[in-house]
Design a protein. Sequence first.
Lengths: 115, 114
Amino acid sequence: EAGVVQSPRYKIIEKKQPVAFWCNPISGHNTLYWYRQNLGQGPELLIRYENEEAVDDSQLPKDRFSAERLKGVDSTLKIQPAELGDSAVYLCASSLESVGNTEAFFGQGTRLTVV
Amino acid sequence: AQSVSQHNHHVILSEAASLELGCNYSYGGTVNLFWYVQYPGQHLQLLLKYFSGDPLVKGIKGFEAEFIKSKFSFNLRKPSVQWSDTAEYFCAVNPPYGNNRLAFGKGNQVVVIP
């Protein structure tokens, strides 16, 4: 079974440019998460979807970040415009259900460097 | 602020040594607890989890963790480490009101010297 697939693996952009990340969750998983992991820190939740509905986006900086999960499968996370402080690893994860006792499966992440 | 704490961010030890990584959380109520591991160049993967029942949980690769409710702790242990255990280890907590929002600690970078 394929795991969570993210692309690209690496991205280098200049500040003020837009950038987008793509995630394909595990088939059948209705819950999808985007996390951001800064250097030396643990992952922090940005947004959580149940199917196509964003049910928890309180941590998403909405002035420059946006996300969508059309048809409740793939998801994209966008930053526009990017700032130097956005350099981090962006992780996508998915789980079968949205209850707390469900394991989340993570992708390999996209490492973003803003210069 | 409620949080997940992991101490001793960098741990260096020799093969066959014992490993214990501490994890403390500050959420009240019933929580679900996880340890994730990230090997070099790989994605985060689940090592073990505790939802209910026996507070001593066995995971993959010889790891175990003990939930001590009175201490708000979920420490990870392995009696004898191998070089292949070199990785970063993250404790994560699903708080009772968090609607499946996993809160992670800062992680422990463990290096095992052959």
